[in-house]
Design a protein around this ligand. Structure first.
Ligand code: FAD
Ligand code: SF4
Length: 473
């Protein structure tokens, strides 16, 4: 069959920017059936499948797109879920522009196939009707082996789902009262609705995975105690939840938040519910002018939450230029549409207070770009005598995160790097402690949902090999 080359992708319907800054409902509304078929029909069905190689979990992309084009959505779901247990999440938040879509053959001449949006369309179709959520696998014979997974973020959920499908008993121990990790306490409702995360967690549970919530490993239970309780293997997926700061004068003033604290207050289900403002009164009072420091997804989410909480002027301050911003392109565009102001090549040097020790201004310097640094991006260099002030009521620091040291500090034999990440073999995820694996942000530092899931598929395979070899001896 010859596919007609169509270089323009079908636009996704979105809430009007003027209205959406007044609510926390999802911004992108998803494709209709007609739009999804039209977009899936753009796929060239390339025999070499470059998009598949660029997907960290190896979804059979042309095959699922073909099923969408032909209206066989149940089959499209089956193909997606064979490789990805969290497709409704990945379809919404993966940085497709640097992964599968970057390698799409259509990208050489025009817009790549909208793989992420179609993944979302298929996953949402399944979630829309309970009758469609049929089991995607035949339950295997129980292996008699038990695995403890620590942390219910995307890393832990992926490993747990893969091991449960192989017949092992899996219990996830999660510190919070709700599963999902950053997907529930970090990424806001308008980008990833909590009901979607909950539905995908329920899918993982439907595979037989048990959840033990409100259990802080390293405090409530140690890794030694998990082993004594009969878990032959342990997987650590506790993420990177410790915020980094600027370490400049005035950073402990009132009105200066880490993005972690700010987003957790705004988001977290059953706690502060600031995202349901004004139905639930929130303790986050942002004032009129907000400055967000950083250029990643966390900075974009913080800025857009601040707008929705009533701030009049929200300014993102970033020390490099727009080209180096690590945030998803679509979210930068959404933030621009909503009125977020971007101030590039700017770096804060100190904060100034009013007589109540509340932040009132931020002194900054202008930057210029030099030679590439260790990250491969041009190094930002301060321009001499370029200091200036930005007046503000609230500052949100979104500079990145490192892992919490609790588990390494309470677990013998678990080595960490100077950055606090747990040392784990790149191929298998095995740590320096026998029968303990690790993955996701805990091993890489703050990264992406799909990189956590991709590495963890290898860890699940390695844990399975360990458990089945042990069974054979
Ligand atoms: P986490 O999601 O952090 O999950 C770790 C889990 O472990 C948490 O539930 C935590 O409560 C639990 N835990 C921690 N310590 C313990 C303990 N001692 N005992 C028991 N449980 C414990 N990535 C993208 O791909 N696209 C995006 O658009 C995107 N946007 C983001 C926006 C924000 C605001 C943030 C903060 C991150 C964003 N990311 C995004 C990054 C992405 O969310 C992370 O890379 C991903 O969640 C890492 O998964 P993880 O499972 O390793 O860790
Ligand atoms: Fe389709 Fe693009 Fe993948 Fe080719 S590279 S199979 S056009 S999605």
């Amino acid at each position: 069959m010859t596919t007609k080359l169509n270089l323009n992708r079908v636009a996704i319907p979105k809430q009007n920017p003027l209205l959406r800054v007044l609510n926390f409902q999802e911004v992108a509304l998803g494709y209709t059936e007609e739009q999804a078929i039209a977009e899936a029909s753009r796929c060239l069905q390339c025999p070499k499948r470059p998009c598949v190689d660029a997907c960290p979990v190896g979804i059979d992309i042309p095959e699922f797109l073909k099923e969408v084009r032909e209206g066989n959505l149940a089959e499209a779901v089956r193909i997606l879920k064979a490789k990805n247990s969290l497709p409704a999440i990945c379809g919404r938040v993966c940085p497709q522009e640097t992964q599968c879509e970057a390698k799409c053959s259509l990208a050489k001449k025009g817009a790549p196939t909208a793989i992420g949006r179609l993944e979302r369309y298929v996953a949402d179709w399944e979630l829309a009707d309970i009758a469609r959520r049929r089991p995607q696998f035949t339950a295997p014979e129980p292996s008699g082996k038990s695995v403890a997974v620590v942390g219910a973020g995307p890393a832990g959920l992926t490993v747990a789902a893969d091991l449960a499908k192989l017949g092992h008993r899996v219990v996830i121990f999660e510190a919070l009262h709700v599963a999902g990790g950053v997907l529930v306490y970090g990424i806001p409702e308008f980008r990833l609705p909590k009901t979607i995360v909950q539905a995908e967690v329920e899918y993982v549970q439907s595979l037989g995975v048990e959840l033990a919530l409100n259990c802080v490993v390293g405090k409530t239970l140690s890794i030694d105690e998990l082993n004594q309780d009969g878990f032959q293997a342990v997987f650590l997926g506790t993420g990177a939840g410790l915020p980094m700061f600027l370490n400049i004068p005035g950073e402990n003033l009132s009105g200066i938040y880490s993005a972690n604290e700010f987003l957790t207050r705004v988001n977290l289900v059953n706690l502060m519910k600031a995202y349901l403002f004004p139905d639930h009164l929130t303790p986050v009072n942002v004032g009129e002018r907000v400055v967000v420091i950083g250029g990643g997804n966390v900075a974009m989410d913080s800025a857009r939450c601040a707008l929705r909480l009533g701030a009049y002027e929200v300014r993102v301050v970033y020390r490099r230029s727009q080209a180096e911003m690590p945030a998803r392109r679509e979210e930068v565009e959404n933030a621009e549409e909503e009125g977020v102001i971007f101030q590039f090549l700017t770096n804060p040097v100190r904060f100034l207070a009013d007589d109540q020790a509340q932040v009132k201004a931020m002194e900054c310097v202008e930057m210029e770009l030099g030679e590439p640094d260790a990250s491969g991006r041009p190094r930002p260099i301060p321009k001499p005598n370029s200091e200036f002030l930005i007046e503000t009521d609230t500052v949100i620091v979104a500079l990145g995160t490192t892992p919490n040291p609790l588990i390494p500090a309470t677990t013998q034999g678990l080595e960490t790097t100077r950055k606090g990440t747990v040392v784990a073999d790149k191929e298998t995820g095995l740590t320096t402690r026998p029968a303990v694996w690790a993955g996701g942000d805990l091993t890489t530092g703050a990264a992406t949902v799909i990189s956590a899931m991709g590495a963890d598929k290898h860890a699940a395979a390695s844990i399975n090999a360990y458990l089945t070899n042990e069974a054979a001896t």
